[in-house]
Design a protein around this ligand. Structure first.
Ligand code: GAF
Length: 382
């Protein structure tokens, strides 16, 4: 669905529910991360880009201090009083939008009550940041309704704070940055220590290629505790190496100095993926999109064998895609479910057929394929 059609649909739902037009409709896209997985909270490097699909919020200010939220993707409606709102007060899907209002107010922005109707064309649990897209769509909507000119990087920090403290997931800053700051035709090289963001041209079509997203059908949830465990393991590994964070190590071989073999593998993944991000950004700057292929392949192997967060459908999809002509393929996002990306020839029929055949051979229902053109970040649509 086009962003305009999705916005019209959300405005229609808003009218049906509230009997009046929304003051506006805002969209925040999901993201694909080209490379650099579980590196953001280790203060390292990532290279994501914004998708052409995402979450929209139709919104109108209210005269009271209530946040009235409903979502086309979740049953029920939630009414949240803003005064006294804090971590623990709201659970489930509504914690994401309520958390954003809380974080904005905590930071001193005068955000008042609002009615919000949320809609999305982003698959949930597919590793494409549907949660961050909700946060970011609500963030841009509430800020603009309040007349608050919040810099985008600050909005990203506040949306992340909502996720960390209201939802309780210790995620990094990558997803919110990609959703709020994405640029069409570019990936973002993000230094997660300094916060510096450098757009890097990413135009696979000009190289006769495309980036194909394969939604493996296996669902993931950052809230299930396994993501948080990986983060703790990384912090432990950094302590053993005597550095503030794994970002401070640049040679993957140093991970061998960690006695515990599990922690050593976790560290080797993070350090080597940081190296791959920087190599990928250099390749893109020199226009060598095809050169990404081996880096994607190596990143998947590292996530599967060292970080141990891949899943059977991802391994089958990535292997089948590469056998059928993909230049490289890897799982994306937090892991344990979600999507695979494959750098494919513009005519990707053979890759799709091979992945479908691989799935059929396992007796799994077919995966979904999504095109992934690098697109603009969050914006007002209506
Ligand atoms: C999830 C998190 F939200 C990100 O911060 C990042 O850590 C990612 O998993 C893994 O790279 O999307």
């Amino acid at each position: 669905m086009s962003p305009a059609d999705l916005a019209d649909q959300a405005a229609g739902r808003f009218r049906a529910r509230h009997g009046t037009d929304p003051e506006g409709v805002w969209l925040a896209p999901g993201r694909v991360n080209l490379i650099g997985e579980h590196t953001d909270y280790n203060f390292g490097w990532v290279l994501p880009f914004a998708l052409d699909r995402g979450v929209v919020v139709a919104a109108r200010r209210r005269g009271d201090e209530l946040l009235d939220i409903c979502s086309a993707q979740s049953a029920g409606q939630v009414s949240v009083p803003l005064p006294g709102l804090g971590p623990g007060a709201v659970t489930g899907w509504a914690a994401y939008p309520a958390g954003v209002a809380w974080a904005l107010r905590e930071a001193g922005w005068h955000v008042g009550g609002a009615s919000l109707v949320i809609d999305s064309d982003l698959p949930q649990g597919a590793g494409l940041s549907s949660s961050a897209a909700i946060e970011c769509a609500v963030a841009v909507a509430l800020a603009e309704l309040a007349g608050a000119d919040v810099p985008r990087a600050e909005l990203a920090r506040l949306a992340r704070r909502a996720e960390n403290e209201m939802v309780g997931v210790p995620s990094g800053i990558m997803d919110q940055s990609a959703s709020l700051l994405g640029e069409a035709g570019h990936a973002l090289l993000l230094d997660c220590r300094s916060g510096q963001i450098t757009p890097v041209p990413f135009d696979p079509a000009a190289a006769g290629l495309a980036l194909l997203v394969i939604d493996t059908g296996a669902r993931h949830a950052l809230t299930d505790g396994r993501y948080a465990l990986r983060r703790r393991e990384c912090e432990q590994a950094a302590r053993v190496l005597g550095v503030p964070s794994l970002r401070d190590v640049t040679d993957p071989a140093r991970s061998a100095a960690i006695g515990d073999p599990v922690l050593a593998r976790r560290a080797r993944h993070v350090i080597s993926d940081d190296c791959r991000v920087l190599a990928a950004a250099d390749l893109l700057r020199s226009g060598d999109v095809a050169g990404l292929g081996p880096l994607l392949h190596a990143s998947h192997a590292s996530l599967r064998d060292d970080f141990e967060i891949s899943w059977p459908q991802a391994d089958v999809a990535a292997e089948a895609a590469e056998r059928a002509g993909a230049l490289g393929a890897r799982m994306v996002g937090g892991g344990f479910g979600g999507s695979v990306i494959a750098l494919v020839p513009a005519d990707d029929a053979a890759v799709r057929a091979a992945v479908l055949a691989g799935y059929a051979g396992q007796g799994w229902p077919p995966p979904a394929f999504l095109a992934a053109p690098p697109s603009a970040g969050a914006r007002r649509i209506l």
